[in-house]
Ligand binder design. Sequence first.
Ligand code: NAP
Length: 282
Amino acid sequence: MATASTGLVALLGDPVSHSVSPAIHAAGIAALGLDLTYLAFRVAPANLHTAVEGLWALGAVGANVTIPHKRAVARLVTERSDAVAATGSANTLVRTATGWRAETTDGEGFLRPLDAASLNGAPAVVLGAGGAARAVVHALATQTGVAAIHVAARRAEQAQSLVHGLAPHIGTVTLTAGSMREAGPAIHPARLLVNATPIGTGDAGATPWADVSLFHPALTVYDLVYRPAETRLLQDARAAGATVIGGLPMLVAQAAASFRLWTGRRLPLDAALAAAEHALAP
Ligand code: NAP
């Protein structure tokens, strides 16, 4: 039960009512008996600045920030993590003595379920070039030993822009960009294929990559989409013997990383996963 000293963590997004994050964090808070509450707020882009300042004035412990605010919020803070500076995108605000520090936990969440060692430095392909793709490419480039990453988007210029923006922050990894239609030659030698587009969300028949002849047992196919738990992309990949990873483990892992930043505590994963699955149940 909330008291006069209960701490606040807010989720800012627009829309936000579909979010599973309140269920995940509420489960963690309850399991650990913390005097904290996690509340979602629908904030229009024009009001983001006021909301971020207002949360500071209210003494909030921290915040999650989701679509469409992940980039805008990175410009409204006093400190940024290296990953936020590189990607220009944040999903977490942490209170410091002097203001908000922006962090992004999407990269850490993405890497958690991935057996990076099994990739053996082989090339990776990322479909999509939005905020999640940026975090994925940065994490792969800086933390897995992958030697080359190809980014393919329906608008090739968006993939190009992602590559130009990240290139100064990722050392010697080779980044290339192109259109999704022409991604086949890049997927052929890859050991990892990541879907960072929303294709497949709530639609069992839609897939961002229909040519299953490129799927094989040495390939890992990772779909960031978590609703449904197993998309057509993953079904096709599994049928071809590929290793498959869905978006739910990443969702819980990025939440766990944010939770740790606010509370210094480990999110109880079983409780969090059960809460997420319950919230996502049709
Ligand atoms: P975003 O910034 O809006 O970017 C989406 C990307 O997908 C853009 O490149 C966009 O291209 C492209 N795209 C959208 N619809 C498409 C279509 N029909 N065909 C081809 N390309 C399309 O979104 P985001 O934040 O990166 O999120 C991407 C997906 O990852 C979402 O489904 C989100 O739920 C998921 N996600 C999951 C987690 C997790 O923890 N599992 C975390 C973050 C994100 P245009 O700009 O041309 O539209």
